[in-house]
Ligand binder design. Structure first.
Ligand code: KG4
Ligand code: ZN
Length: 345
């Protein structure tokens, strides 16, 4: 079964063609991140307009690269929620048009579940039930996954998402946008013990996370008690601050993930979302899982950040179960489960 996946929930315009949910025949991501550096974040209207410009090109490119004709496809899958409404509308409208024109079934995909499903693009099999963690710009949540493509929300951040915290920490440190990769890079040469920073919610006994206090602690550490002083860090000071911040986020995520896995008797851990590209997090998870005898699946970095291969991959699982969407499908900005969602309409 060959599925065309389309992703446009935020600021990445992406398309991919995936066979049987795990073999990527072609994929393309056009990131708008550089366009938003001057604004320090995504401007929703500009993102939607850019999707309109780039979607036809990225779709044509993957069809060309994979040397496929529309008749070779079995379905079109699209990220349908959650996300920026204008951005989602572009991808969903494109998917609906293609599905009508090419006479293909339409599959509506939950973007967050797609991040977890990205582990199926790896050669390794997943032993369900698995514990899922999605760490991205908008989410830092744990999911109990009884089978592929189904994640039951256990809990997560009560304030900032991990990626949002990375981006804000980078802004505090006077770095660019998006901040996660920049902090990751600096942290590799910094001292993670240089700044004493808090580890929130470590002992809450549940799945809650919190990163707002950590972000504020960093602000006060580097910009004085009111957080308004000019930054006075030399190059090594910046590396140390980045390393200390990253170490705090990583320690909390890893320890809470292990606690949650134990509480829910999961022996296989799966992780997705842009923050799963973080080298410190990947290394710490690998080490912790090796020590505890747990299995860990971390998608390749290009499949952790927003991409369409994960959408096509989850689309395959849903299509196999006969979970197709109606031609009247419309996107939703949130993930709240309701009757409308359950019917895939
Ligand atoms: O999953 P994603 O591409 O988009 C959303 O659905 O949000 O995640 C984007 C987030 C951004 O906040 C970005 O700073 C963060 O992932 N990120 C990273 C790294 N690469 C991307 N955070 C930490 N370390 C990285 N290497
Ligand atoms: Zn995402």
């Amino acid at each position: 079964m060959i599925i065309l996946g389309i992703e446009s929930s935020c600021d990445e315009t992406a398309a991919a063609v995936v066979e049987n949910g795990n073999r990527v025949l072609a994929e393309r991501v056009h990131s708008q991140a550089a366009d938003f550096a001057q604004w320090g974040g995504v401007v929703p209207e500009l993102a939607a307009r850019a999707h309109l410009n780039h979607l036809p090109g990225v779709i044509a490119e993957v069809m060309d690269q994979a040397q496929l004709q529309p008749r070779d496809l079995h379905a079109v899958a699209v990220s349908c929620w959650p996300g920026l409404m204008g951005s989602l509308l572009c991808g969903v409208t494109a998917a609906k048009m293609l599905s009508q024109r090419w006479q293909l079934p339409l599959v509506a995909v939950d973007h967050i579940q797609a991040h977890l499903h990205a582990v199926h693009l790896l050669p390794q099999a997943i032993a369900y039930p698995a514990l899922g963690l999605v760490v991205s710009g908008g989410h830092s949540h744990f999911y109990y996954c009884p089978e592929a493509g189904r994640g039951q929300l256990l809990g997560g951040t009560i304030d900032d998402a991990a990626g949002e915290a990375f981006d804000k920490a980078a802004a505090i440190l006077g770095l660019g946008y998006p901040g996660g990769p920049l902090i990751d890079q600096l942290a590799a040469e910094g001292d993670p013990k240089a700044l004493p920073l808090p580890r929130s919610m470590l002992h809450s006994g549940d799945e809650r996370l919190s990163f707002a206090g950590l972000k504020t602690a960093l602000l006060y550490r580097v910009r004085g008690p009111l957080g308004k002083d000019p930054l006075q860090l030399d190059a090594q000071g910046l590396r140390d601050a980045a390393a200390s911040f990253q170490a705090a986020v990583v320690e909390v995520l890893v320890r809470k993930m292990l606690q949650t896995a134990q509480r829910h008797s999961c022996r296989h851990l799966i992780v997705g979302g842009g923050v799963a590209c973080n080298r410190g997090l990947r290394q710490a998870l690998q080490q912790a899982c090796a020590e505890q005898g747990l299995q860990l699946s971390l998608p390749e970095p290009r499949h952790c950040a927003d991409n369409a291969a994960m959408v096509a991959s989850l689309g395959h699982s849903l299509a196999q179960r006969g979970e197709f969407a109606a031609p009247t499908l419309s996107p939703l900005p949130t993930t709240a489960v309701g009757p409308r969602r359950q019917q895939g309409k």
